[in-house]
Design a protein around this ligand. Structure first.
Ligand SMILES: [Mn+2]
Length: 355
């Protein structure tokens, strides 16, 4: 069972009620659309589910998670209440960061006799530290993404549309072993590339266009994320310069990252390079984020971040410059923080590529 000791150390409750799909997936490694996971501070864990998952969920017993089927004519919350009574629970942590307002109201009225404590931020903090298995999934997801990038370079040429590049890239990730996408693929060519999160359109790629591709795969439920901007034919002098500034900024961030660096400090390493070249008003987003089961997780690297990057956490380094009417460049790698340094999990070339 993942990091429950750490969770209870932070939460200081007798139990935690986990109902969201992703947190259930995180703590159990078992994917399901329905189930209540009850964690107890004493190390006992119970997965409550219905007949659709009861048999499959038996594998959880090996990980020390008791599996209980909801009795006919009762609800999951009745089973939860029964357990709380049995174990003399007084305080219960709940996922304030995941529940809808109506789910919260339902839990609040059903569990009115318990002290309810919001523990969403503690769960997110615990989730930010990746174990060996999670790191292996993320590395694999990133390797799939890098392989797809190598392959897509053979496909991009004048005349192809942004949508076709997106479809090809997604096919290549699937071919390389992805079980799905980490997020909706971003393809932005020509003047569209000044919009950091553009959706792929029917626009045709033309000679001289930058093509920004921001994409990620999912492997065993875990995400990867990378961005490269390539050029189809020679870019204008201005775009060439912008590319070099973004590349320098990104390398400055990566080369100066270390275990213990503040997210704000990492951001400023990148931002200073862009600023000293006169483009500070055109770097309009933060430098990086972590990922895992979600594509955006904590910690973050931004001007306002108070996070400190610690061993076994991840952070992307993705500065960009976007000039409306001209175009944009973004380069993104995924970094794994380790005690003795930082590993760049992204292996794709980032010297300027002119197709
Ligand atoms: Mn990203």
């Amino acid at each position: 069972m993942k990091q429950t000791d750490k969770l209870f150390e932070l939460a200081q409750t007798d139990a935690a009620l986990i109902v969201s799909e992703k947190n259930r997936m995180y703590f159990t490694g078992f994917a399901s659309t329905f189930g209540y996971l009850v964690l107890f501070g004493n190390g006992k864990n119970v997965f409550i589910t219905d007949p659709r998952y009861y048999e499959m969920a038996q594998s959880l017993q090996d990980d020390g998670i008791e599996v209980v089927q909801i009795a006919n004519g009762t609800s999951a919350i009745d089973t939860v209440k029964g357990l709380f009574e049995e174990y003399s629970v007084k305080s219960v942590g709940y996922e304030d960061t995941e529940l809808t307002v109506s789910e919260f109201h339902a839990i609040k009225s059903e569990l009115s006799e318990y002290k309810l404590v919001p523990i969403g931020k503690h769960i997110n903090f615990v989730r930010s530290f990746k174990d060996e298995t999670e790191i292996s999934y993320i590395k694999r997801a990133q390797a799939i993404t890098d392989a797809a990038f190598t392959d897509i370079l053979k496909v991009i040429k004048p005349g192809i549309t942004e949508k076709d590049i997106a479809v090809e890239l997604e096919y290549l990730m699937a071919k390389n072993g992805a079980e799905g996408l980490a997020f909706e693929t971003i393809i932005a060519s020509g003047v569209n590339s000044s919009k950091p999160h553009a959706h792929p359109t029917d626009k045709i790629v033309e000679n001289g266009d930058p093509v920004t591709m921001d994409f990620g795969a999912r492997y065993h439920g875990y995400c990867s994320d990378m961005t490269r901007t390539v050029f189809v034919g020679d870019p204008s002098d201005e775009l060439h310069k912008i590319y070099n500034v973004v590349l320098l900024a990104q390398k400055m961030g990566i080369n100066n990252a270390y275990c213990g660096i503040g997210g704000k400090e990492l951001d400023s390493f990148c931002r200073e390079v862009i600023k000293s070249n006169g483009y500070e008003n055109y770097f309009t987003h933060s430098t990086g984020h972590s990922l895992g089961i979600d594509i955006h997780e904590m910690p973050s690297a931004s001007m306002r971040s108070t996070d400190v990057l610690q061993a076994n956490q991840l952070i992307t380094c993705e500065p960009g410059i976007y000039i409306p009417g001209v175009g944009g460049v973004r380069i993104e790698d995924l970094l794994l923080i380790q005690e003795d340094g930082v590993i760049d999990l992204t292996t794709s070339d980032k010297n300027i590529i002119i197709l």
